[in-house]
Ligand binder design. Structure first.
Ligand code: AMP
Ligand code: ZN
Length: 114
């Protein structure tokens, strides 16, 4: 989708700080980090949100979680703990309608989230 910011980033038409690129997923640093580590993991394919996932996406979803784990280890936040967030829709706080997982770590997280 050409009007989707993250599709543009995945295609390298909009610059971003890439952490890693895989066949079906990429990870970038959030432009407005909310923690010392704040990485966004997203599929290359345009999927609107986690709510749009179907059983056909099961393998992709698993690959996204594997990538989250790898990033947590590489960023050295896995041992102390970290947070994985998928905002869904406007009431969920989603502002970019291309599925992405926030990987947040490096500080103590609080609950409930805002
Ligand atoms: P969400 O609100 O869950 O949809 O998350 C969207 C995230 O994308 C926010 O945390 C933004 O800071 C981040 N963001 C927006 N534009 C960019 C960009 N050009 N590069 C990296 N991150 C971005
Ligand atoms: Zn997209």
């Amino acid at each position: 989708m050409s009007d989707c910011l993250f599709c543009e980033i995945v295609a390298h038409r909009v610059p971003a700080s890439f952490v890693t690129e895989e066949e079906h997923a990429v990870a970038i640093r959030d432009i407005n980090p909310q923690a010392p580590t704040h990485v966004l993991v997203m599929p290359r394919e345009h999927i609107t949100s986690a709510d749009a996932l179907t059983p056909e996406h099961d393998e992709l979803w698993a690959a996204l979680l594997r990538l989250v784990q790898r990033i947590a280890r590489d960023e050295d936040i896995a041992g102390r703990g970290y947070r994985v967030v998928a905002n869904v829709g406007s009431m969920g706080g989603q502002t970019v309608d291309h599925l992405h997982l926030h990987v947040l770590g490096g500080r103590q997280m609080t609950w409930p989230p805002g």
